[in-house]
Every structure is written in structure tokens, then in C-alpha cells.
Design a protein. Structure first.
Length: 56
């Protein structure tokens, strides 16, 4: 399981490889589409709305 942080409100939730997929559910229900990885050495943002990734 990996964690993702919502870039709108700062909530940190589990990713889609977890059974409950909290981060994607949060993105959909709260209309907060962008999340970042919390993993060391991973520097990217994921947009659930556009299904796209942006490295930084």
C-alpha cells in the first residue's frame, strides 16, 4: 500500500492498489482531483480527473 496526499486539502489517503482506494474515492466525492505520492524519491502529481501524471 502506498499513500497519496490531496493537493487541495492535504488529506493523506491510500492509493488504488489498496482494497478501499480511499484517495480516488476522495478525489471523486470531494472534487479534489490532484494528489501527490508520499513515497521517498517519488516526485509526481496524479490527476484523477484527466488520468494524467506530471513529474516535478
Amino acid at each position: 500500500m502506498h499513500l497519496r496526499t490531496c493537493q487541495t486539502c492535504g488529506a493523506t489517503l491510500c492509493c488504488d492498489s489498496s482494497p478501499n482506494k480511499h484517495a480516488s474515492k476522495h478525489a471523486e466525492t470531494e472534487n479534489h482531483p490532484v494528489a501527490s505520492s508520499t513515497e521517498p524519491n517519488e516526485r509526481w502529481l496524479w490527476c484523477y480527473q484527466h488520468k494524467s501524471i506530471k513529474k516535478y
